[in-house]
Design a protein around this ligand. Structure first.
Ligand code: NG1
Ligand code: ZN
Length: 518
């Protein structure tokens, strides 16, 4: 086997990246697609090892660069439960040297980027060379691949996740969605418009819609030009809308129309609309988290399980302070903060009975623990009201992707909540008022010099030592102000985030902080 690996390896020489090394960041490897073949080959080797180390469980490989430009691509590994890969790498090398049985299984998919096709060849070369069985699922969203990994590994067990096919994913989501509609709900708010970023979300959502009756769920798809690769994520999509704070290309919404944007691999979603006078209003990941926590908390209470099942919300330092305050003061729920990156949020949420986690950029989900699921199964409702709440909760636990944030599943979730509450975007927005805020990206000589205080959830800088004390002085000048600096984990830059009572103050504060950072 080793000879075969060496032989195949020669076909995928490392691209010249100068002094830069490839690094497996928060979202796997990501770079210009032409630099990637050797990296994908290595990931293929690693996935085959990881699968063998996990006693032959299926391991996933997703080829995507998510919200990044069309000429980029990337790759990440999905663990047996459908979660992001665990961080211990050293193990694998040791394992490779000793590997005999069992056989490995790697399943993979890619987004709509044309570069994906050749990268899949590099991946397959590594899998063939290591004698690893594989299944190519073609074009899929990132969360669909996560679903497939968990479904594969739970097949035949007492906790089967669903049929092992993309069709099975649609069936599971749509059946659960219909179960949330066990009472006649009419959504009077009109259809939801979905900007698919000209990416994989478009064909996959079209497919999902075939499983949903139009009188229960009506979506109008915008930006679905997957045959024009250079339009992917360009002036559209969740990341563009969130960072630009404006509507995407081809937006033609009337006032109060309900719009959403997915990102290029459909694991993020944000909502937005225009108010009278064309004022743009964003309903981001924090809004989805608060909506979901509010509604699911209410259902738990109504079902009579309030004493047994506790809800917790997980956020990062980028969550708007007003959302945190709303969760703690109005919803009276616990908020935990973790460092940036879904794997951190996911693990923290998994420790709750029901854990709601979202990054402000729209990546998140709601996790139901075994304990909570058991309580939902066992509970004997004492009234029709309890029964109704319980039925909805059970359906939601099936409809919400348990492996990773999933734009399609989150879309259904928000739509269910809005129609149950008979809310339009207006009522949703009015739950709290966002603090004015700004996120800046600055280029520095060496971003690795910026190190945050351990346990501070990245809200304070430890090094360089001079910056934090100076920042504290600046922040103290403003009312309800917050500001922090950290190195990006996905880009060669440092991010500065600030919020305060007035937008002018945010600008002033960030301008001063920026001087100390560069
Ligand atoms: P970095 O580059 O580490 O800030 C960004 C996002 C994260 C997350 C990752 C992975 C912000 C401020 N940061 O991380 O939330 O989504 O990319 O894609 O949005
Ligand atoms: Zn994404």
């Amino acid at each position: 086997e080793f000879g075969a690996v060496l032989e195949a390896c020669k076909q995928y020489p490392r691209a010249d990246t100068g002094k830069k090394d490839f690094g497996y960041g928060t979202a796997g490897f990501r770079m210009r697609a032409d630099l990637l073949p050797s990296v994908i080959f290595a990931v293929g080797l690693l996935a085959s090892i990881r699968s063998r180390k996990c006693k032959g469980s299926a391991i996933g490989v997703m080829i995507t660069a998510s919200h990044n430009p069309a000429e980029d691509n990337g790759v990440k590994i999905v663990d047996p439960e459908g979660e992001m890969m665990s961080e211990e790498w050293e193990w694998f090398a040791t394992w490779l040297a000793n590997a005999r049985d069992p056989e490995g299984l790697v399943i993979f998919a890619r987004d709509t980027r044309p570069s994906g096709e050749a990268l899949v060849e590099a991946l397959k070369a590594a899998l063939v060379a290591t004698g690893t069985e594989y299944i190519d699922y073609g074009i899929a969203t990132t969360p669909q691949l996560h679903y497939l990994v968990r479904a594969t590994n739970t097949l035949g067990s007492d906790r089967e996740y669903g049929e092992v096919s993309i069709e099975g994913y649609y069936k599971k989501l749509s059946a659960a969605f219909m179960n949330t509609m066990h009472i006649e709900y009419a959504n009077q708010a009109g259809p939801v418009y979905v900007d698919c970023a000209n990416g994989v979300g478009a064909p996959q959502l079209k497919e999902l819609l075939k499983y949903l009756p139009e009188d229960k769920f009506k979506a109008i798809i915008v930006n679905d030009k997957i045959d024009q690769p250079d339009r992917l994520n360009k002036r559209c999509g969740a990341d563009w809308v969130k960072t630009q704070q404006r509507a995407p290309e081809n937006f033609n919404g009337k006032d109060w129309d309900r719009w959403t944007s997915l990102d290029g691999d459909a694991d993020r979603i944000v909502y937005y609309f225009c108010e009278e006078g064309s004022i743009f209003r964003l309903l981001d990941g924090d809004r989805i988290a608060t909506l979901a926590a509010d509604y699911i908390g209410e259902l738990v209470h109504k079902s009579g399980l309030g004493e047994q099942i506790k809800l917790g919300v997980v956020q990062t330092a980028y969550a708007n302070g007003a959302s945190t305050k709303y969760i703690e003061k109005t919803l009276k729920l616990k908020v935990e903060f973790t460092p940036t990156g879904v794997k951190h949020l996911h693990h923290a949420a998994a420790r709750q009975d029901i854990g709601v986690y979202f990054e402000a950029n729209g990546h998140g989900t709601v996790l139901f623990s075994e304990r909570a699921l058991k309580a939902l199964r066992k509970h004997q409702p004492q009234s029709t009201a309890q029964l109704n709440a319980l039925t909805t909760l059970r359906a939601l636990s099936e409809m919400i992707n348990q492996t990773v944030g999933d734009a399609l599943s989150d879309l259904l979730l928000v739509e269910v909540i809005l129609s149950h509450k008979q809310w339009t975007v207006k009522e949703w927005l009015s739950t709290y008022a966002d603090l004015p805020n700004k996120l800046m990206k600055v280029n520095v000589m060496d971003r690795n010099k910026f190190i945050t205080v351990p346990g501070s959830a990245e809200r304070r800088l430890e090094r360089p030592p001079a910056i934090q004390p100076r920042m504290d002085e600046i922040i103290a000048k403003y009312q309800d102000a917050r500001c922090f600096v950290r190195a990006s984990g996905t880009e060669d830059a440092v991010r500065i985030y600030g919020e305060a009572t007035h937008a002018m103050e945010v600008e002033e504060m960030l301008a001063q902080v920026q001087e100390y950072v560069i």
